[in-house]
Design a protein around this ligand. Structure first.
Ligand SMILES: [Zn+2]
Length: 281
């Protein structure tokens, strides 16, 4: 196993016991990866048609189980991120005839269940967001209501919040909602971000240009692949080896400070996790 001399965290990936599962974690660790934040897959990937918050439980349970197994093979450990994928609103409204407000209610109930797991120590962040594609005003507003609810639950529970949003470099609107809910905006993370972002913390996709920008900007950031572990879309996203490869690439260019920022300091500030102290667990 490669040792890059630093914790190496992929801040957002998915694992699926029926696909590559723990093999993907072994690939990550082999190249020097040490820690993972594993985000539950969208409920419909499990063939679950959610009708109430409790329907999300098996989805969350599977992620918690995979995280335990991943932690056994990592030099560090993994942690779960639990929540409701924002794309669910379109499935509910377009395919199942929900009114946007009703769909939002169901999604808020899912967030409540995720917050229950988090308050029991089973997640370091909740997951919410809004569609990245064009939607009606009613669906947009209902989605924003779900985000505000997730901010409140994250604040109460004392965990962070990962967001899936439209592609943007400005989430100051969400930062204000977080602030109003008592959640420090720096504990809100936009996943799938580019190298620059106002308002909340960015989790930068491991594109070299994005990373160069993030290093130049110098603000707190995280690194991710959004690996989906989906046999139907093998080339759709970055593989699990990408974060350790990019860390090595940053080190070769002398960016050790940026590596420490993304893999030690920002994870501590956002999630309260100690990537150095958990290296021997
Ligand atoms: Zn994802």
């Amino acid at each position: 196993m490669t040792d890059l001399g630093t914790p190496v965290l992929d801040n957002h990936l998915h694992l699926d016991a029926d696909n590559r599962g723990i093999d993907a974690v072994e690939d990550f660790a082999h190249l020097g990866g040490t820690h993972l934040l594993v985000v539950n897959k969208p409920s419909w990937h499990h063939g679950i048609e959610a009708d109430e918050g409790a329907d999300f439980r098996p989805v969350f349970e599977e992620t918690i189980d995979l995280v335990e197994r991943a932690s056994e093979v990592l030099p560090g450990r993994a942690w779960p991120v639990l929540g409701v994928h924002p794309g669910l609103i379109s499935r509910l409204v377009d395919d199942r005839g929900f009114a946007p407000e009703e769909a939002g209610e169901l999604m808020r109930a899912g967030i409540d269940v995720a917050a229950e797991y988090a308050s029991d120590g089973h997640a370091v962040a909740l997951k919410s967001g809004r569609p990245h594609y064009d939607v009606s005003d009613a669906v947009w507003e209902a989605s924003n209501e779900v985000i505000r609810h997730a901010c409140t639950r994250a604040a109460e529970t004392g965990v962070a919040l990962q967001l899936h949003t439209e592609s943007t470099e400005d989430l100051t609107d969400v930062a204000e909602w977080a602030e109003a809910a008592g959640l420090p905006p720096e504990r809100v993370v936009k996943h799938y971000a580019s190298g620059e972002l106002d308002g909340v913390t960015k989790s930068v996709m491991c594109d070299k240009e994005y990373l160069e920008t993030a290093v130049e900007v110098g603000e707190p950031f995280l690194m991710e692949t959004d690996f989906v572990d989906d046999a139907d879309r093998p080339g759709a996203v970055m593989g699990p080896k990408t974060v350790p490869r990019r860390v090595r690439w940053l080190q070769e260019q002398g960016h050790d400070d940026a590596v420490r920022l993304a893999h030690v300091e920002t994870p501590e500030a956002v999630y309260g996790i100690d990537t150095r102290g958990t290296l021997d667990e």
